[in-house]
Design a protein around this ligand. Structure first.
Ligand code: AVI
Length: 320
């Protein structure tokens, strides 16, 4: 591994790429092979994810937006006026705009690792909400970071939509909620989007869409490895597979080798048996009870759960 790191660092000066490189080598030499879903989101992957959110089979985004829109007044009543809204990770602004329209926030603090994206997003929001103080923070939101001094003394509300929490392992979700509680402080609240357990056929369709966008999203990870790490993956030699793991309450995404093959990257050869898979993502689905237990175990209490009529998705208000 020392050898691999030295090699990686010699060829790839930039810090982000070398973290990607060592994670990829570690994941592909692990048994079973695995890659972190956080690497899906390069420019092409983020664009494919945007397309996923508009697919007829992919219910989470649409359902969460409906809940945020329909329950705006109730959410506002819980939060009160003049709080600071801290969003963990900042994607499209569609969801936060709904909260900013229904509640009277004094400040908005988007936290994201990508500075360029944050700046563009902050400028748009300042234009559309002139009363709102926008203080972007460039940081990895899964680690401890400092809130801007400007929001000191204001009540804090965390925002973590999209069931991104479902892409964490349960122990990571617990660690994240704990750290969010420490960052936000005593008396804080948190609004979290949590995908719910449901008919397996609905889940299966959502992650195996007819148009094949989720397959392209999954395979894009191999393209990214080819482009950024000089790999030679043959994309036509892998297939997307998403299955529901009932015991673990999660959708698993895999890339399965169609035939025996080997791939070169970063001076290493990775061999695949026919049918061997790379596990690329888990998307955990919670019951209301199981998420409540997770929240309690990380120092929060569930105050209110809002769902759509069909109980597909939930938006939950936690209190520290
Ligand atoms: C971002 N995350 C909540 C999505 C999910 O549903 O787990 C990512 C995704 N993977 C496949 N389709 C969408």
């Amino acid at each position: 591994n020392v050898h691999v790191n030295a090699l990686v660092n010699a060829h790839l000066p930039d810090e982000k790429t070398s973290a990607f490189a060592s994670d990829v080598v570690a994941g592909l030499t692990h048994q079973p092979k695995q890659l972190s879903p956080k690497y899906f989101y390069d420019a092409a992957g983020s664009d494919l994810f945007e397309q996923i959110t508009r697919l007829p089979e992919y219910y989470p985004t649409r359902t969460e937006l409906d809940i945020l829109r329909d329950r705006g007044a109730e959410i506002a009543a819980i939060i009160g006026d003049n709080a600071a809204l801290v969003e963990f990770g900042a994607g499209a602004t569609t969801k936060v705009r709904l909260l900013l329209e229904s509640c009277r926030f004094a400040a908005y603090v988007p936290v994201d690792i990508s500075g360029d994206f944050l700046t563009a997003q902050a400028d748009d929001l300042r234009r559309d909400f002139p009363e709102l103080a926008v203080h972007p923070v460039i940081a990895d939101f899964t680690t401890a970071f400092k809130l801007p001094a400007a929001i000191e003394g204001q009540p804090k509300v965390g925002f973590f939509p999209g069931s991104t929490i479902g892409n964490f392992e349960p122990h990571e979700a617990c660690r994240f909620l704990r750290s969010a509680r420490e960052i936000l402080g005593v008396g804080a609240r948190m609004i979290v989007g949590v995908d719910l357990e449901k008919d397996e056929r609905v889940l299966h369709a959502a992650y195996n869409d007819a148009a094949g966008v989720t397959a392209r999203f999954n395979l894009n990870l191999l393209l990214r490895i080819n482009r950024e790490l000089g790999g030679n993956f043959d994309l036509s030699a892998f297939v997307h597979r998403a299955i529901y793991n009932r015991e673990q309450h999660r959708i698993e995404m895999h890339l399965v080798a169609r035939k025996q093959q080997s791939v070169r990257l970063l001076g290493t050869t990775i061999s695949f048996r026919a049918g061997e898979s790379i596990h690329t993502e888990n998307s955990y689905k919670y019951s209301i009870e199981r998420f409540g237990a997770l929240a309690r175990g990380s120092g929060w209490k569930v105050q209110t759960v809002w769902t759509d009529a069909a109980k597909m998705f939930s938006v939950q208000a936690l209190v520290a």
